[in-house]
Structures are given as C-alpha cells and as structure tokens.
Design a protein around this ligand. Structure first.
Ligand SMILES: Cc1cc2nc3c(=O)[nH]c(=O)nc-3n(C[C@H](O)[C@H](O)[C@H](O)COP(=O)(O)OP(=O)(O)OC[C@H]3O[C@@H](n4cnc5c(N)ncnc54)[C@H](O)[C@@H]3O)c2cc1C
Length: 345
C-alpha cells in the first residue's frame, strides 16, 4: 500500500509526487506513456502568463509563489542530477499592446519591474524567466528516482473504483493499486476518469527554428503569439489555441500562420530553417483556474489539474499548495479559489 498515488506523470503530477515524497510520503506515479511526454513536453516554458495583468488575484498569487521558487528548484535539480534545466531570466518584450496603463498598475501593485518604451509603446518586463521544459522533465525524472518516487510508465489508469465515497482501488492496465491518497493530475484527460470534471483539451501548436545562439536574447510577444530563444540557438514560436478534441496532430495551416506571425514579429527569422512542429493538449477548466483541492465528495481523492496555458509556470506552486492541503499544513497561498464543485452538489 502506498501513502500516495499520483495519476498522470506530466509536470504537475511529477512535481506533486516530488513534494509529497520530500514530506515523507511513499509516493508513486502512474503514467500511460513516458513521464512528461504530453503537454508538459510540448509547452514553451515561459514562466509568466502572457498578459499577467489580465489574470485574477488568485492566479497572480500562485504565479508569484512559483516564480520565486523556480531558481532554487532549477538549482536543486541541477546539483542533484547534473542536468541543467536552463532556467534563465531572459525578460519579455510585449509589442503592439494598448494595455500600458493596466499593466503599470498591476506591476506597481505586485512590485514587478516594468518599462514602457518611448519609441514604440512596447512593454519590457526584465524579470520574466523561462525554463527548458523538456530538460526540466528529464532532470525531474532522475531526481524523483533518486529520492525514491516509484514511477510506473506505460500504465494507464482505466477506472477509479469508488465505494462508500472512498477510492477503494485504482484499476490500471497493469493491475490494481491502492493508496491512502490519490491525486488526479492527468491533465486534459481528467474527465475520462471523473466525468464530473469540466476539463476539456485545448490544442496548441508550436514551431521551432534552428537559429544561432544569441541571435535573440529575450522573449517577444505580439497579439498573443510569442517567440522564445533557447540558449543553444533554437527559436520557438507559438502557439495556436484550438478546440479539436483529443486530436494532437499538426496542420499546415498552423505552420503557415505561425511562420507569418514570426516574420512579422522578428523580421529576419526566415533566414533560419524550421526544424520542428508539434502540438500539445492543454487542460482547460470552465472557471479558468486549475483545481488544486480535496475532492468534496470522495474521501482520499485530490485534484491537481486544469492548468491550461500556465502549467509549467504553476507546477511548483500547485504541487506545494496541494501538499499543504493533504498534509493539513498552513497553505503557501490561499486555497479557496482553486476548489472544485461538482454539479451534483
Ligand atoms: C504549445 C503549448 C505551449 C505552452 N506554453 C506554456 C508556457 O510557455 N508556459 C506555461 O506555463 N505553460 C505552457 N503551456 C501549458 C502547459 O504545457 C500545461 O499547462 C502543462 O503542461 C499541463 O501539465 P499537466 O501535467 O497537467 O499535463 P500533461 O503534461 O499533459 O500530463 C498529463 C499526463 O497524464 C497522463 N495520463 C492521462 N490519462 C491518464 C491515465 N488514465 N492514466 C495514466 N496517465 C494518464 C498523460 O499521458 C500525461 O502525460 C503550453 C502548452 C502548449 C500546448
């Protein structure tokens, strides 16, 4: 019997298992594929909402907590595993926005450095950082093994057997598991196990250019399309927002629109070849906020799910918040906004 089983080995599930293991729990992750191979791999790794002043106070608090914790997390993983997840404060320049006033009020309220360019009204946020999420996943996987989290890959949870408002067993393609605490962190697939969950997949496509190191040093954002430079010269451009169910393919139309947007934002980028094109399924909730909570009707069941466009950013804070709830500690940020209310209540 485990103390805790996490369903879904994306960044949210991996970070949750890490947090509980560090608190002394015997934790296991059940993942249908390889850990981190779905949305958490596909993301861009910007450690900020795209237009942070548009977000609710609740999301801002979770954001700020996560942002503060990222340098230590990246350093800890690097030291322990020898793998550098490439956390870097590269800054983000936001072009063609008319929301300067709102952005300045938000930045003042949260003590965030911000500048408005006198020449083009662009906003410059020098403290915004990025992480190379596929490398973060590799480092995290190795770290989880080091601290003793059990990782069961290619193990699909088919059903939660609920009896007397309690999770009695977790039925998988590789047998049954039982645990005091079950955490659902299976992203866009959440409703497959718990039909009450109002989570839907939202596809995002991204392309990648083979640029040169230093060609672009900061993130650029214009009309919700962003360009992210990696240290090794790769330049990512994303992303689409599409409701196409569980289809995680790529389309020529998206590639065309992303290359056109990239050339508009960064003229000259077309000297580089496009070397990658992929998609991921973001888990979106109806409220726009993730569910990070105890399930109100099923004892022992917890949710850490529905992070939509911000799951890489929010992974540390969400894992910490859920661990605080499970361990009945004072929570790092207020938990009330992240409750789930099933329709049956
Ligand atoms: C193009 C794109 C760009 C993005 N850019 C950013 C960004 O810059 N910054 C940011 O913060 N966020 C970004 N995001 C969003 C971010 O990637 C997601 O919010 C985050 O990855 C969600 O993590 P997750 O662990 O919940 O989901 P996932 O990574 O999808 O993990 C869920 C896991 O559950 C597994 N699973 C599903 N069903 C079962 C089952 N029944 N049994 C066992 N396992 C199961 C899946 O195989 C999967 O591995 C982006 C997303 C996309 C698509």
């Amino acid at each position: 019997m485990h103390d805790c089983i996490v369903i879904g080995g994306g960044l949210i599930g991996m970070m949750t298992a890490r947090e509980l293991c560090l608190a002394g729990y015997k934790a296991a992750v059940l993942e249908s594929k390889a850990v981190g191979s779905e949305c958490s791999w596909a993301g861009g790794g910007i450690l900020s909402p795209l237009y942070p002043w548009r977000e609710s106070d609740a999301l801002s608090e979770l954001t700020l907590w996560s942002q503060r914790s990222y340098p230590d997390l990246a350093g800890q993983l690097h030291d322990a595993t020898g793998i550098d997840p490439e956390w870097q404060r590269c800054g983000m320049k936001i072009l063609a926005t008319d929301e300067q006033d709102r952005a300045l009020v938000w930045a003042t309220n949260h003590n965030i450095p911000i500048e408005v360019s006198s020449s083009d009204d662009a906003l410059w946020l020098p403290d915004i950082a990025q992480i190379r999420n596929p490398v973060l996943i590799t480092a995290l996987r190795k770290y989880m093994e080091q601290i003793g989290v059990e990782i069961h890959e290619y193990t699909t949870v088919e059903r939660l057997r609920i009896c007397n408002h309690q999770v009695e067993a977790i039925e998988t393609t590789r047998g049954e598991f039982a645990s005091e605490v079950t955490v659902m962190a299976n992203g866009a697939w959440g409703a497959g196990l718990l039909p009450d969950l109002d989570i839907k997949p939202v596809r995002g496509q991204m392309i990648c250019y083979q640029g040169t190191p230093g060609y672009l040093r900061h993130i650029l954002l214009k009309n919700s399309i962003y360009i992210i430079p990696r240290r090794d010269g790769h330049i990512l451009v994303g992303s689409t927002v599409e409701e196409v169910g569980f289809d995680n393919g790529t389309t020529e139309a998206a590639k065309t629109s992303l290359t056109e947007a990239a050339e508009d934002i960064l003229p000259g980028i077309n000297q580089f070849p496009v070397v990658g094109h992929w998609s991921g399924l973001r888990p979106a909730t109806q409220t726009g906020l993730p569910y990070i909570c105890r399930h109100p009707e099923i004892n022992g069941l917890y949710l850490n799910i529905g992070h939509h466009r911000n799951g890489i950013l929010l992974a540390p804070g969400s894992a910490r918040l859920l661990a605080d709830i499970i361990l009945e500690r004072e929570t790092a940020v207020p938990s009330a906004p992240f409750q789930f209310q099933p329709e049956s209540i």
